[in-house]
Every structure is written in structure tokens, then in C-alpha cells.
Design a binder for this molecule. Sequence first.
Ligand SMILES: [Zn+2]
Length: 315
Amino acid sequence: MQTNKIFLGIDIGGTAAKIGLVNSDGDILEMDSFSVSFDGYQTPIIETVVKNTDIFLKRIGTSVENLSGIGVSATGQINVQEGTVAGSAGHIANWLGTPVKTILEEHYHLPVTVANDANCAVMGEQWKGAAKDSRNVIMITVGTGVGGGIIVQDQLLSGSVGIAGELGHFTIKKDGIPCSCGNTGCYESYASTTALVRRVKELSDTLSDTDIDGRYIFRQAAEGNQKILKILDEWIQDIAVGLIGLIHIFNPETVIIGGGVSQQEELFICPLKEKILKKVMPCFRENLHICAAELGNNAGLLGAVAFLKKHENLK
Ligand SMILES: [Zn+2]
């Protein structure tokens, strides 16, 4: 008989972190969230996380001995072997190089795994969301940037140090827009919500910049604004171009689109699906399922635990 183990999931984002008790079936039993940026990162994120984890466990009356391990989803590029922060967005102070795994293992004396947040999201969706029963999955998260994660034959594609799946930064346009990563023409410069907003702003001379965001754009599109519909179509085309290439490389059963815009079924997911299916080779189309993410903000937390379970062979 399978005993139901209890795990701790921690999802560390750039501004806030989420913490939850998760059982073997993937049910979230208790959850809490807290800011990690309250003092501009003067208190290192990991210190805030440890302090709030202690408070959380005390509040819910769970002792460390009852836990089977800690799965961490973290912002930045994560070396999964070492459980360290290998790369980080420049604005987060006191984060790059943090030995997250070692600090938590020494504090709690439990097995700890750490993986990048986009990689955890795809693991979460495979465990409890849109990709259940799929062994080959690609997920992109469309937001300020583009994040990604790839599962190949039931294993997270992690690369030599665990930072594979940076789907925002493959080149889709030669001599294209300069990217924050130092390259030009990166996928995220065309496929992110930021890129969509930029294109609409370039068109508009009557609206102030602050009026235009993803919600505004989709509202206008729903009302039939032809100029916006044209830009939206071009943007979806760029997203499709990247995904078509990935589908031909990885032959997935499921492609998941995450991020706030993925809730736009009619105006985004449906046309995206159509554009992809039109261009992929027929034999790649047969088993292919393209859909919106299902877990929303809980994907990272659940995926962190899914990764821990798989990595540590905990059922
Ligand atoms: Zn880039």
C-alpha cells in the first residue's frame, strides 16, 4: 500500500514566494505567500524564505520530521546538480550564486531539489495539469518575457548543468531586436506580451503608454479593432514560428501555453493552434495536442514537488 507522504514546495519568484504542503497525490493541503522584495532584496531572498518557512510550519503545526523533502522552484537560471543560482536577472540583489540547496538541507536536514521556475511549471502541468499522461511536453510561458520547459521521454530536459530549456532565447530573426541577454532577434523579443504591447504602442499616437497593456489589447481585439487584430495576428504568427521549430525537434504529444494571455481561448489559443497545425509536417500533427496551461499560479509549486519526487525517487 502506498503511504501518502507530505512534501514542502517553495516557489520563489522575483517579488514574492509561495510555500505549500503537498501530498503524494499532488493535493495542496496548506499554502501561504510572502514578499521577498520588501526591502529591495537587502535581506537576501534565501534568508526571507527560511524565516517564513519556519513561521509557516509553526503556524500549521507541522514539524520537519513529518516532511519527506523540499522541492524548490526558483527564479533565474538554476544549476540543478548543485542547487545554486547560476544566472539571475540583474535587478535582484543578493541572489546570484546563492547555494539554495545546501542552505535548506543544512537547516532542515531533508532532501532538497532546486529547479528553474519555468522548468517546474512544465513538471507541474505534467503531474496535475494540462499534460497528464504525456511523456513529451513543451511548455512556453508568455509574459514579460518567454519562459520554457521541455520534457523528453518523461524526463525534464536539463542539459549539462540544468539550465536547458531557455526557450525565450533562441534566435528567430537575423539582425533582429537587441535582447537583454546580449544577443539579437531572440524569440522572447517577438513572442512575449511585452513584444505585443511594444508593437501596439508603435502604432498608436493617441493613447498614453500607460493605457496599453495585454488586457487593453485583447479588449480592443474582441471589439473588432482591425489595426489591433492585425498586430495580434502577426504576433501569434511569430509565436507559432518558434513552436513549429520546437515541435519538429522534439515531437511532443502536448504543447502547453502558459501566462495570463493563455486564458484568451478564442483570440489567442485557437488561432495559434491553427497556425501551428497548418505548418507542421503531417506526421508530427497526429498525436499533437496544443492547449492552455491549467494550473495557473500553482504550477511552479506543484512542479517543484514533482521534480523532487522524481529526482529523489520518492513516490
Ligand atoms: Zn535573448
